[in-house]
Write a protein that binds this ligand. Structure first.
Ligand code: ATP
Ligand code: MG
Ligand code: MG
Length: 463
C-alpha cells in the first residue's frame, strides 16, 4: 500500500550491503584526549580496533586505555627493527603515534592500515587530510566538512546560506570594522576568533567602543599589535604574515538567551541521521558545567524544533558529514511577549561533544559508539533516552585547594546511587576538565534531589 511504501522509503537505505559476519575494522583517530579515550573504551565491543595521533603520545587520555582495552598496546619503538619492512609492519601495529595534529607526515603514519581515519577535535591540519583523501584514505568526517567547521566564520556563512537561523554576525577585517559592527549589531558585542577556539578561549565581550576597551579586547585575544611610536592599533590578518585573505576575527550580536541547549546528531556514511534529545547546557565562564536532559523549561514542541534544526544543519553539510555532531543552540524569547521561544544556532562541532556525555549512561547507545558506527558506515544505534531524566556534571579542577578539594564532589558522587564517575586520566590543573559524573533518575524531581546533593558538596568544597 501507499502507506507502507512511505514508511519503507523513510527507512535508511544503506549504500552497501550490511555485513554478514562481525567486522574487524581499524579506526585511526586524530587527537587522543578524553573524547578519543571514551571512543576507545567502546570500540572493542564492536570489534573496532583503534589507534591515535596525539602530541602527548603515550601520556594522552586515549593512550592510557588503548593498551589495556584495545589489545597489543604497541607504541613505535624504532630500536627493535632492523629493516625498512620490519619498521613498516611495526608502525602499522602502533596504537599511539606521537605527533602534532597539523603534521602531514604524522597524519599519514596514523592512516597506515586504517579502514577509516576520524577525529576527536576539529583543530587539525585540513591540508594533511586532503592529501590522505587523494591517496585513497577514507577520512570521516571528510576534510571538506572540517574545513567548513574549523573556521567559525566560514561555518556561519555556510549555515546562513542554508537557511539555518543564526545570531547576526559580521566579518572584522580591520579596526574600523569593530566600530561599525558595534553600530550595526549594538553593544555588548561578542568578538570571536575564527579559529582554534574552545571553552570560550578565543571570545571576548566588548562593552564600549573606547580605544582602550578595543585594545583590551584585542589583547585578550592575543591579536593586539602596537605600531611602535604612534601606538596605533594594528589588526588582524591581511598583513604580510597572512598570505591568504583570511581574517582572524569576526563579531556576533549579543544574544540575550533564555537558555542554551545542545543536540547531538549522529549521521552515517549511508546518510542515515538520528538526533539525541535536546539538553539544557549550563555554562559558567564559557565552560560547560552541567547538562540536563530532557531540556528544562522548554516545551516538547520547542525541543522537537531544536532537534529538527540540528538535523537540518548537519544534513546541510552534505556528503562527508559523518559520525557525531554536537550542535549548540540558543533559545531566545520571542519579541511578541507570548512566551514562545526562537531557536538560533551557536556552533557545530564535528565530533562527540561535552553536552552528549550523558548518553553513556542514559541512552541505549552512546554518542561515542554512534560516532564509530557513523564513520564506519554501520547502522546507527538508538538515540532514545532509556531513563526518566539525566544530568551530567563536569569535574573541573577546583580553582583553589588542589586535587583534594576536587575530590570532595567526586567522592560524594561515588557514594550516590545512579551516579557514574568517568575520569579522563588528566593531571590536576585549576579549571581543567578532568572528568564528568552522569546521574540518572526516573523523574526530574528525583534527578534534582541527587543533583542538589552533589552540587551542595561541591559548593561547600569551593568555599
Ligand atoms: P566550545 O568549548 O563550546 O567550543 P567556544 O570557545 O567555541 O566554546 P562559543 O561556543 O562560541 O565558544 O561561546 C562560548 C559561550 O559564550 C557560549 O556557550 C555562550 O554561553 C556564550 N556566547 C557565545 N556567543 C554568544 C553571543 N553571541 N551572545 C551571548 N553569549 C554568547
Ligand atoms: Mg567551539
Ligand atoms: Mg561552544
Amino acid at each position: 500500500s501507499h502507506h507502507r511504501s512511505a514508511i519503507m522509503s523513510a527507512a535508511p537505505t544503506p549504500s552497501k550491503p550490511l555485513p554478514t559476519a562481525p567486522l574487524t575494522l581499524r579506526v585511526g583517530c586524530v587527537g587522543g584526549g578524553q573524547l578519543g579515550r571514551m571512543m576507545a573504551l567502546e570500540a572493542p565491543r564492536l570489534n573496532i580496533d583503534m589507534k591515535f595521533l596525539d602530541a602527548s603520545g603515550g601520556a594522552c587520555p586515549a593512550a592510557q586505555v588503548i593498551g589495556v582495552v584495545g589489545g597489543s598496546g604497541t607504541t613505535i619503538d624504532s630500536s627493535s627493527s632492523n629493516s625498512i619492512n620490519d619498521q613498516q609492519k611495526h608502525d602499522e601495529n602502533a596504537r599511539v603515534i606521537d605527533g602534532g595534529l597539523y603534521d602531514n607526515e604524522k597524519l599519514r603514519e596514523l592512516s597506515k592500515g586504517c579502514d577509516v581515519v576520524t577525529m576527536e577535535i576539529e583543530h587539525v591540519g585540513v591540508e594533511g587530510l586532503v592529501q590522505l583523501e587523494k591517496e585513497g584514505v577514507n577520512v570521516q568526517p571528510s576534510s571538506r566538512i572540517i574545513r567548513i567547521i574549523q573556521d567559525k566564520f566560514v561555518q556561519k556563512e555556510y549555515f546562513s546560506k542554508h537557511n539555518i537561523p543564526l545570531p547576526p554576525y559580521i566579518d572584522i577585517p580591520n579596526i574600523e570594522a569593530i566600530y561599525s559592527a558595534a553600530k550595526s549589531l549594538g553593544l555588548p558585542l561578542m568578538l570571536k576568533s575564527r579559529r582554534g577556539a574552545y571553552d570560550g578561549r578565543g571570545n571576548t565581550v566588548l562593552k564600549e567602543t573606547s580605544r582602550e576597551a578595543i585594545a583590551t579586547a584585542l589583547s585578550d585575544l592575543g591579536l593586539l599589535k602596537r605600531d611602535g611610536d604612534n601606538e596605533s592599533l594594528l589588526v588582524l590578518g591581511n598583513d604580510d604574515e597572512n598570505d591568504d585573505d583570511t581574517t582572524l576575527l569576526y563579531a556576533e550580536g549579543w544574544v540575550n538567551f533564555h537558555s542554551e541547549v545542545g543536540v547531538m546528531v549522529a549521521r552515517s556514511t549511508t546518510g542515515e541521521v538520528r538526533a539525541y534529545p535536546t539538553t539544557t547546557a549550563i555554562q559558567t565562564d564559557s565552560i560547560c558545567r552541567v547538562v540536563l536532559v530532557p531540556a528544562r523549561n522548554v516545551s516538547a514542541c520547542v525541543r522537537k524544533k531544536c532537534e529538527e534544526i540540528a538535523m537540518r544543519a548537519v544534513n546541510s553539510l552534505g556528503d562527508g558529514a559523518t559520525g557525531m555532531f554536537g550542535v549548540e543552540l540558543f533559545l531566545v524569547r520571542k519579541a511578541d511577549g507570548g512566551g514562545g521561544l526562537d531557536v538560533l544556532l551557536n556552533e557545530v562541532a564535528p565530533r562527540p561533544h561535552n553536552t552528549g556525555h550523558y548518553t553513556q549512561d542514559a541512552c541505549a547507545v552512546s554518542q561515542f559508539e554512534n560516532h564509530l558506527r557513523g564513520v564506519c558506515g554501520l547502522p546507527l544505534g538508538s538515540t532514545e533516552l532509556i531513563v526518566g531524566a539525566a544530568a551530567m556534571v563536569n569535574i573541573l579542577g577546583a580553582p583553589t585547594g588542589g586535587i583534594e578539594r576536587t575530590m570532595k564532589g567526586v567522592n560524594a558522587a561515588m557514594c550516590m546511587s545512579r551516579a557514574v564517575v568517568h575520569w579522563y586520566g588528566k593531571e590536576y590543573r585549576p579549571g581543567r576538565k578532568m572528568g564528568h559524573i552522569n546521574i540518572t533518575a526516573d523523574s526530574h524531581a528525583e534527578l534534582d534531589d541527587s543533583l542538589a546533593k552533589l552540587l551542595e558538596v561541591e559548593a561547600i568544597s569551593e568555599d
